[in-house]
Write a protein that binds this ligand. Structure first.
Ligand code: PLP
Length: 468
């Protein structure tokens, strides 16, 4: 693997990347080239289980870092049937909602967001590699909601890993707090910061700057292992919807950090016949503006009713722009530095136009609170499915871009149970709770959150004292 900002093209192994997160030069790791599947190879996946599809796709993306037999075991451990509400043996089932549009449910995992699927795999891969090296790893992360609980559910009890998860003291839904609160203990520490999500992220950066803490692992989607484990979602969705292998299918993806839809782009580069990749944003529409105008501009995020898409910048876009700039690391570093220094950068200053997005199939629009509510209502009326607010953003924007008979798959990125208040506003009732979540608010352990000021030194001493 190589870094998007390293002109020397120095190679790193998949397993080093797995444990490192960001590249030392501040870039993101990407494969040297994308492996390709022929249409015959894709046809052969048609009757395979989701786990077999994960195996085929992952084994082409890990540089032989994990032997086949071990990889199969890790996949089986990452996707135990009892931790997922598997429907008819399908981990990522699709359902038609009318007008040639399908929902692909990616949220059947332990914490009910699409982040579970890849996070479970990440945990198993990290533990495997650490055990092999006889090492341990401290992971420090920040969450405004779904990442925290998905990471904790995936890493809980893994012997060689200690996870410290920062969250803002206010802002998360009661349900999300309860999810994290009931996963604490052992190798998992929840830290509630007197501040906002940006303070949490700044703290992670401040701690990482200290050489004594330079070897911290990452569980956010800058970690390539998460991106690569999301690529199978697209293969699985395509195989369930395409009538004939080879015909085009479009995807609409509720987006924040650009991780999920980037995985779709890579699936396309690997030979999957995807036509459009429709990037749906909420009121925080950095990505919509970028794809429509070619200008990438930082903008302070506001809190919306699809909070997991409330971002001020989209970290994984760097992996796409590296390709758009012809994989020129010097240009990419200059482009990203301009963005980081001035908060704004135009593709046209780097010899490209918005055509670079169109050629790769990218389209984008945004959705508002009112659109979200109307979409939750209309999908319920037309199909009786209750969708969550993020999925509603995807369906709203997907419908805007549906112009012909090519099937459209909308990624369902969370279960509505996580966002009961918004569903109640839209439909007048609270969605039924899956049994595993009944009474979760009363299951928070006392002391499940250590409350702390936003101070790097306090945090460092806490980690030093608690880490295994
Ligand atoms: C994280 C998240 C998103 C955004 O995904 P990205 O990979 O960051 O673009 C969308 N919906 C839900 C429910 C999420 O938790």
């Amino acid at each position: 693997m190589i870094s998007t900002r390293d002109a020397s093209g120095k190679r790193c192994s998949y397993s080093d990347v797995l444990l490192a997160g960001l590249a030392p030069d501040g870039g993101l790791f990407v494969p040297e080239s994308y492996p390709r599947f022929s249409l015959e190879a894709i046809s052969a996946m048609r009757d395979m289980s989701y786990l077999d599809i994960v195996f085929l796709v992952k084994s082409r993306l890990i540089d032989g870092s994990i032997p086949d037999k071990a990889l199969r075991e890790l996949i089986t451990r990452a996707y135990p049937n009892e931790a997922f509400e598997v429907e008819h043996g399908q981990f990522t089932p699709v359902s038609p909602i009318g007008d040639g549009i399908w929902l692909e449910n990616l949220s059947l995992g332990p914490t009910a967001s699409f982040k579970d699927m890849a996070m479970q795999m990440l945990g198993q891969e990290m533990q495997y590699e650490l055990e092999r090296r006889k090492e341990s790893l401290v992971i420090l992360g920040a969450t405004s909601g779904d990442t925290g609980s998905a990471a904790e559910a995936a890493l809980k009890g893994l012997k060689n890993i200690s996870l410290f998860m920062l969250c803002p003291q206010t802002g998360m839904s009661e349900f999300q707090k309860a999810q994290m609160g009931s996963l604490t203990g052992g190798n998992i520490s929840n830290i509630s910061i007197r501040g906002c999500f940006d303070d949490c992220q700044d703290l992670v950066k401040a701690v990482k700057k200290d050489p004594a803490f330079s070897r911290l692992g990452a569980v956010n989607s800058i970690n390539w292992a998460r991106i690569s484990s999301q690529i199978p979602y697209y293969f699985s969705g395509y195989l369930q919807v395409a009538k004939k292998i080879g015909e085009p299918v479009d995807f609409a993806v509720p987006s924040g950090n650009f991780g999920n839809v980037l995985s779709g782009y890579i699936a396309k580069r690997m030979g999957l016949p995807i036509r459009k990749l429709i990037v749906a944003t909420n009121e925080n529409n950095v990505l919509e503006k970028l794809i429509k105008t070619g200008v990438y501009e930082l903008s302070p995020s506001t809190i919306t009713s699809s909070p997991s898409m409330d971002i001020s910048k989209a970290s994984n876009y760097e992996r796409l722009v590296f390709d758009m700039l012809d994989r020129d690391a010097i240009k990419t570093a200059a482009y990203m530095n301009e963005f980081e220094n001035t908060g704004k950068v135009a593709l046209s200053d780097y010899g490209k136009s918005t055509a670079a997005f169109t050629e790769l199939g990218f389209e984008s629009d945004s959705s508002t609170h009112a659109d979200r509510l109307a979409t939750i209502r209309s999908v319920y009326e037309e199909s009786t499915f209750v969708i969550d607010p993020h999925t509603a953003d995807g369906v709203h924007v997907g419908r805007m871009h549906k112009k012909d008979a090519v099937p459209l798959i909308c990624m369902a990125t969370a279960l509505p149970v996580k966002f009961e208040d918004t569903i109640k506003t839209a439909l007048g009732f609270v969605p039924p709770r899956p049994t595993r979540f009944v009474g979760i608010e009363s299951s928070i352990d006392k002391g499940a959150f250590t409350v702390m000021d936003a101070d790097a030194e306090t945090l460092k001493s806490f980690i030093a004292a608690q880490a295994r």
